[in-house]
Structures are given as structure tokens and as C-alpha cells.
Design a protein around this ligand. Structure first.
Ligand code: GDP
Ligand code: MG
Length: 187
């Protein structure tokens, strides 16, 4: 039985729903934050994930960073040792999708080029179908360009929130099986 610990960075513009996703995932859907609290700096939450058919488990430490540029210097201190990456945008906000390219560039400078880092692009607020500015196809296209896998979810309705984390955990384990050196783990 192998237990892999990895830091998962969740990043994206302010108000796209990073904290909501983190808290819904962490609390198994029991907690959607009702009041908006702007995250300053970084909040960490930990969740152990068992991997279905295998005996392995992945202990994920989610680093929920602030979206506001003004805080990014504080956040960047926590961007080392990243083993999993989730970029989030709001499907009702086209600009938040475009900004994911900038987030990827900024974060990439901190990633270890010798490691394979399972990365996902998440389109959140899929419940707001009427206000959509980004189609599923457009999300998939950008994800492809950035070398990421695309997921859509609604943190508010607890719909699809687990899938990107499950995918990342499984991918990490499979990279690890190929070669332990391939992945970035937390000591
Ligand atoms: P963050 O700044 O990226 O951490 O965003 P928050 O998680 O604080 O969410 C910002 C706002 O979007 C809050 O008012 C949330 O209630 C709302 N929100 C988050 N996720 C969803 C969602 O899936 N659907 C809808 N309709 N609103 C959401
Ligand atoms: Mg937040």
C-alpha cells in the first residue's frame, strides 16, 4: 500500500469559485460557503483520496490562493513543490477563461520541468446556463492548448466537483507507477 502526498494548487481569477470548489470537495458536498469572503493569501486544506481498484491512496493538500493580483506575491511563496494543478474559470465570464493563460504562464515558472504534473482546467458555475459566455468546446480547446484536461462543475449544486480531483489523483498514481521520479511529491 502506497500513500502519495501532493500539493494541489488551485488558481484563477477572483470570484470564479476556487474557494467554493475547495470547500465543497473537502466537505464531500456538505458545505457550500454562503457568504463571500475574499481569500487573502493562501488557505490549505487536506483530503485523503482512496483510488478505487487499487490499494493506493493520494493525500491531497489543496492550496487555495487568492485571485487578486495584489496578493499574488504572497501566493507565489506557496507555488514551490506543486504536484497537481487546477486552474479555474467562471463559464459566465469570458475574461476569466482568457486569464487562465496568464495564470498558467506565471505558475509554470515555479513548476519543476523534470516532473509530470497532472493539470486540469475547470469551468465552474455550470448551473448558470442562461448566462454562459464560454461553451464547453471553447473550454476544451483552451485546455488542449495548455496541455490540461477539461472539466465543468457547479460548486453551488455540488455537481462534478470531485471528478477533476479524482482524475488528478489517479494520474499522479499512474505516473508514480511508471517511475517515482516522474512526480512531485510532498516530503
Ligand atoms: P474565489 O474568489 O475564486 O475563491 O470565489 P468564491 O469561491 O469565493 O466564490 C465567489 C462567488 O461565486 C460567491 O458568491 C459564490 O457563492 C459564487 N459561486 C461559487 N461557485 C458557484 C457555482 O458553482 N455557481 C454559482 N451560481 N455561484 C457560485
Ligand atoms: Mg477564494
Amino acid at each position: 500500500m502506497e500513500m502519495l502526498r501532493a500539493k494541489c494548487l488551485i488558481a484563477g481569477d477572483s470570484t470564479v469559485g476556487k474557494s467554493a470548489i475547495t470547500q465543497v470537495f473537502h466537505s464531500d458536498g456538505t458545505m457550500f460557503p454562503k457568504n463571500y469572503t475574499m481569500t487573502t493569501g493562501v488557505e490549505v486544506c487536506q483530503k485523503m483520496m482512496s483510488l478505487g481498484n487499487k490499494n493506493d491512496s493520494v493525500d491531497i493538500f489543496i492550496f487555495d490562493s487568492a485571485g487578486k493580483e495584489v496578493f499574488s506575491e504572497i501566493c507565489e511563496k506557496h507555488w514551490d513543490d506543486v504536484g497537481l494543478l487546477a486552474l479555474v474559470f467562471d463559464v459566465t465570464d469570458l475574461e476569466s477563461l482568457n486569464n487562465c493563460k496568464k495564470w498558467k504562464q506565471k505558475i509554470s515558472r515555479h513548476l519543476n520541468p523534470e516532473k509530470s504534473i497532472p493539470s486540469v482546467l475547470i469551468g465552474n458555475k455550470a448551473d448558470l446556463e442562461q448566462r454562459r459566455q464560454v461553451t464547453t468546446e471553447e473550454g476544451e480547446e483552451l485546455a488542449g492548448q495548455l496541455g490540461m484536461i477539461y472539466f465543468e462543475c457547479s460548486a453551488k449544486q455540488n455537481n462534478g466537483v470531485d471528478a477533476p480531483f479524482n482524475w488528478m489523483a489517479k494520474k499522479l498514481a499512474s505516473f508514480y507507477d511508471d517511475s517515482p521520479d516522474k512526480v512531485q511529491l510532498l516530503e
